[in-house]
Design a protein around this ligand. Structure first.
Ligand code: VGL
Ligand code: ZN
Length: 202
C-alpha cells in the first residue's frame, strides 16, 4: 500500500491573494485551480486535506503598526508586517476559487498577541485544540504535499518543521508563490528546502 498522504494548504488567504490584500503575492490568486487539482488527486488516494490560516488579533506582535513602525521594517532581526489576516475578517478567509468543501481539517496560527508562527505546525484546530502534528498522527500520515503561500515564509517554515518531525515532504512548485521582499527570496528558499531534503515537484 502507498504511504498515507496529506495536502497541507498553507495560508491560502485573501490578504496574500487579493490584489488589494496587504501582503499581496503576485499570481497568488491564480494558484487555486492547481491547488484544487492536487487536493482531488490526494482525496482519490484516501488522503486528507488540511488548511492552515494566519489568524491574528489586531494588536499582534508581527504588525508594524503596533510599534509605530513603517510596514516591512526590521525589529530585532524580524520583519514587521502591515496588518494582515485579522481573525474572522474577510481578509483572513480563503481566496476565491479555492474549493473549501474538500477540506477535512483546519488549523489556525498566530492567534495570540505575543506569539507568531510562520509554520503551519504552530497551528491548532479551533474546537479540539489539536496541533497539526497531532492531527497528522491521528491519520498515520507519512507524506506531506505542501502548497499555498508564501514560499519563503510560511511554506518554508512548514517544510522545515515537517522534515524535523520526520515526515516525507514534497513541495509543489506550481502551487506556491513568493512575496519577494528581496528579488531572489523565493528562489533562495527553494534551494534551502531542497538542501534540507524536501522533494521539489513541478
Ligand atoms: C506570512 C508574512 C506574515 C505567510 C504570514 O503566510 O507567508 N507571511 N504572515
Ligand atoms: Zn502573519
Amino acid at each position: 500500500m502507498n504511504k498515507r498522504e496529506a495536502v497541507i494548504v498553507v495560508d491560502y488567504q485573501n490578504d496574500f491573494g487579493d490584489k488589494n490584500g496587504s501582503l499581496y503575492v503576485s499570481w497568488g490568486e491564480l494558484l487555486a485551480p492547481r491547488i484544487n487539482e492536487i487536493m482531488k488527486e490526494t482525496k482519490a488516494k484516501w488522503g486528507i486535506i488540511i488548511t492552515s490560516q494566519d489568524w491574528h488579533p489586531s494588536n499582534h506582535v508581527s504588525f508594524a503598526s503596533n510599534f509605530w513602525l513603517p510596514a516591512f521594517s526590521l525589529k530585532d532581526g524580524e520583519v514587521k508586517w502591515p496588518n494582515h489576516c485579522e481573525a474572522g475578517s474577510w481578509w483572513a478567509d480563503f481566496i476565491k476559487g479555492f474549493e473549501k468543501s474538500l477540506v477535512d481539517r483546519r488549523v489556525l496560527k498566530g492567534t495570540s498577541k505575543d506569539i507568531d508562527s510562520y509554520s503551519s505546525f504552530g497551528g491548532k484546530e479551533e474546537k479540539t485544540l489539536l496541533s497539526l502534528d497531532e492531527i497528522l498522527k491521528e491519520y498515520q500520515i507519512k507524506l506531506l504535499k505542501i502548497v499555498g503561500l508564501a514560499t519563503e515564509y510560511c511554506d518554508k517554515a512548514t517544510v522545515m518543521d515537517a522534515l524535523k518531525l520526520w515526515y516525507e515532504v514534497e513541495i509543489i512548485q506550481s502551487a506556491i508563490a513568493a512575496v519577494n521582499v528581496h528579488p531572489n527570496d523565493g528562489e533562495n528558499a527553494l534551494e534551502e528546502m531542497r538542501q534540507a531534503w524536501a522533494k521539489i515537484l513541478p
